[in-house]
Design a binder for this molecule. Structure first.
Ligand code: DHB
Length: 315
């Protein structure tokens, strides 16, 4: 499978401002290197009751959300595909799972959506195995379920397959097992990480939790998760390097300014994604970050990003 070229090496993270036609077209017009859709499910979903997103937690600590997979349903995104492709950049279909009236088993939902996206012209699939806002543990925490979902997709792969996963910072044995499995399945890209799951904030004035769904627990994004994401990226980078695996790491988590993206590249990411920063700054964030990354590289004597990927030094 040919190596993916994303220019600039920065895209939106699936979720924020990537649900509707209007939002996706705005991504198309922006300097983002690709358009990544909101994670789509078999049936359309309205998502969780509001308030379900706080973009600005007190003290610029980041964002918290429990959107509940609000999306147009995969047929809705299939209809948009030709318009999205007309922007001339890669269109990446993010695919997720949620129970629906059709009662299709997990792997059949992923399969049906994936095949439709490929037929519609998607350039890549990002298989989301890590939504933190449904009940039960994320698929990426359970190797058996990972194999069930990815096995059939990877066996007859027609376009690159990326996998979006949860952090493994406190489950290092699980990390090893999952990393090994992803190598065996020959995914093309690992996007790490999804939001930090199951966090909570409190509004002191009202003494209430800041979001309503799931008793106030949601996914955390923004500056505070940068060190968590860097550790995830680097752990995967070193693991894949040890086994000479060609799997690319896409870094996601905590990127607000260009220097944050540079840290992701040094840790081992070859592409980065932004979620909370897109909520904060709008689609202008892509041009801003891309300029900042270019300037940093130039100032530090590099002509290509590849020169710095994974080059963080030990003390
Ligand atoms: C939602 C949040 C996620 O982090 C994700 O990966 C998928 C869906 C959501 O609540 O909509």
């Amino acid at each position: 499978m040919k190596k993916l070229a994303i220019h600039p090496p920065i895209t939106n993270a699936s979720g924020p401002l990537s649900v509707t036609r209007e939002e996706l077209e705005a991504l198309g017009r922006s300097a983002s290197g690709a358009i990544v859709t909101k994670s789509m499910t078999h049936c359309p979903r309205v998502g969780n009751p509001e308030p379900r997103l706080v973009p600005h937690l007190e003290g610029q600590r980041g964002s918290i959300n429990s959107m509940g997979l609000n999306n147009l349903g995969y047929r809705g995104y299939a209809e948009l595909m030709s318009t999205l492709k007309s922007f001339g950049k890669l269109v990446i279909a993010s695919i997720s799972y949620a129970p629906c009236e059709h009662k299709l088993p997990l792997e059949e939902q992923y399969e049906e959506i994936a095949q439709t996206m490929i037929q519609s012209g998607a350039d890549m699939l990002e298989i989301n195995l890590s939504t933190p806002n449904l009940t039960g543990i994320p698929i990426s925490n359970d190797p058996e379920s990972i194999r069930r979902v990815l096995g059939p997709l990877c066996k007859k792969k027609k376009i690159p397959i990326g996998v979006k996963i949860s952090p493994y910072n406190n489950t290092l044995l699980l990390f090893e097992e999952v990393a090994q499995l992803l190598m065996e399945l020959k995914v093309d890209v690992v996007t790490t990480m999804n939001s930090e799951p199951n966090v909570m904030d409190i509004d002191l004035k009202t003494r209430t939790k800041v979001i309503k769904p799931r008793e106030g627990y949601g996914g955390y994004g923004g500056p505070a998760i940068l060190p968590i994401a860097l550790a995830e990226v680097h752990r995967f980078y070193k693991f894949f390097k040890k086994y000479n695996s060609p799997i690319q790491i896409w870094g996601c988590g905590g990127i607000i300014q260009a220097e944050d993206a540079i840290k992701h590249f040094l840790a081992g990411a070859s592409v980065v994604q932004v979620g909370t920063a897109l909520l904060w700054k709008g689609t202008a964030v892509f041009a801003e970050l891309s300029r900042g990354i270019e300037q940093w590289l130039k100032k530090n004597g590099h002509s290509h990003l590849e020169e710095i990927v994974g080059t963080v030094r030990e003390l």
